[in-house]
Design a binder for this molecule. Structure first.
Ligand code: NSS
Length: 433
């Protein structure tokens, strides 16, 4: 077996040539003396035409023994065919089975329940829809990295095993030698703030963990978060960056992942409408609007998923809800000088019912006020001594935000549940595969 082979996506450049392709059998069909194998290799799918007289008796027998998901090497000539997916097909001259696949492959072309599919996630990933989602996700990650690189942000990787507590939701603890408990990071932000005082503009991008008992379609216990932190940026500067970032990422997906979005039946016109600036709504006005729409939300509450959907329903692009009450938000947010009951923060809510995809804020930069907030929240001051140092030595106005990657993927792909937005989702009831 030669190590030379072509990816399916490259075949339009090889029309008229004899090539080798390696992949898995996705579909089989035969009519008389001509048969068709659809092969997928991750880069695309290819129709291979098998003619009995060309492949001979042995080749014809091999074809008839093929089963779904067998891995194969196909050799043949690339022919242009406007009707074929990708515009080409291959006339098979030779075929080798690389790895057999018993005929009991669990995922068949029929309806399977979601639990069955999630139990077989390691195989479900091979289906065209899941491949499309994975490619859009990778495009989003790459676009985010490009966006921040172009703006001279430095990527910093923050620890996953931590002592400090970041957000209010549940913590996963694990024994850590003689140091007591270590907690899986809920956020990289606090470390990001330290890095911003060293590097100016930074971002962290990695997995974060929340022992949330929520079984909603937008909560995972392990999710990826992108967290920029910017020295000398106030909350308004941060919001401008957020809307530019979202516009950039959505445009990249529309430009480079149109095939995948079409396969997912995503309404592209909705994505094309995503242009900055995004509307900004004060929390207090949002509560009034929601009450008029029949919500039971009261001033002081955080907004639930339903309230968020209701609020963004009037818009064709994401909106910011700004300046929430202190009690509804984390200890590190800066008090709003114009209304000290509130903090300088914003959530970005995505349209079409997706709701919060970003949470951000200006950070409290006053040492005494930060100490007070930590005490008021009943948090252990000792765990935050290093964090307080950032306010002791050259404190600085700074802001940052966290983008939940799976929520962004779900929205851009137009899929209803974030469990399909990550390869191996972790939820309250799911730790395998
Ligand atoms: O809790 S957040 O609102 N904010 C933070 O963690 C800050 N430390 C971010 C920062 O300023 N650097 O979470 C941010 C985003 C939120 O808007 C969601 O999009 C996502 O993270 N998020 C989640 N996604 C999936 N599952 C769960 N459980 C989840 N929790 C938050």
């Amino acid at each position: 077996m030669s190590s030379q082979y072509q990816t399916i996506s490259s075949l339009p450049h090889h029309v008229g040539e004899t090539v080798r392709v390696r992949g898995w059998v996705a579909h089989l069909r035969s009519s008389g003396k001509v048969a068709f194998i659809v092969v997928r290799d991750g880069s695309g799918t290819l129709q291979c035409v098998v003619v009995q007289k060309v492949v001979g008796e042995a080749g014809w027998t091999t074809f008839h023994a093929l089963t779904l998901e067998t891995s194969v090497e196909i050799e043949g000539e690339v022919r242009a065919d406007a009707r074929a997916p990708g515009g080409v097909e291959v006339g098979v001259t030779n075929m080798i089975v690389l790895g057999e696949s018993p005929s009991d492959y669990p995922i068949q072309p029929k309806e399977h329940g979601i639990d069955f599919l999630l139990d077989h996630r390691h195989l479900w990933l091979r289906s065209p829809r899941q491949v499309a989602i994975a490619r859009v996700r990778a495009e989003i990650e790459q676009a985010l990295n490009d966006f921040f690189y172009e703006r001279e942000f430095v990527r910093v990787d923050t620890p996953i095993l931590t002592q400090a507590i970041g957000e209010r939701s549940g913590l996963f603890a694990t024994e850590y030698f003689d140091e007591g408990n270590a907690y899986l990071a809920q956020t990289g932000q606090l470390y990001g703030e330290a890095a911003a005082a060293a590097l100016g503009k930074i971002y962290t991008f990695g997995p974060t963990f929340r022992a949330e008992k929520s079984k909603t379609r937008r909560h995972l216990t392990e999710f990826w978060m992108l967290e920029p932190e910017m020295a000398f940026h106030d909350s308004a500067d941060s919001m401008r960056l957020q809307e530019e970032m979202i516009e950039y990422v959505v445009r990249r997906c529309v430009e480079r992942r149109s095939t995948e979005l079409a396969l997912l039946e995503r309404d592209i016109t909705k994505l094309e409408a995503i242009r900055a600036p995004f509307p900004r709504i004060d929390y207090s006005d949002a509560v009034t609007t929601l009450q008029k729409k029949g919500s039971e939300v009261k001033w002081g509450d955080d907004l639930g998923a339903e309230d968020e959907s209701l609020l963004v329903a009037d818009y064709d692009r994401p909106i910011f809800v700004m300046n929430y009450p202190k009690e509804a938000k984390a200890f590190y947010m800066k008090e709003n000088p114009a209304d000290p009951r509130t903090v300088l923060c914003s959530d970005m809510l995505a349209p079409e019912g997706y709701g919060e995809i970003i949470g951000g804020s200006q950070r409290e930069d006053d040492y005494d006020r930060m100490v007070q907030r930590i005490k008021d929240e009943g948090l252990p001051l000792e765990a935050y001594d290093w964090y307080l140092d950032l306010r002791r030595y050259g404190t600085f106005v700074h802001s940052g935000f966290g983008l939940g990657l799976e929520r962004a993927v779900a929205w851009i792909c137009g899929i209803p549940h974030i469990r399909e937005a990550i390869a191996f989702p972790r939820t309250m009831y799911r730790l395998r595969p």
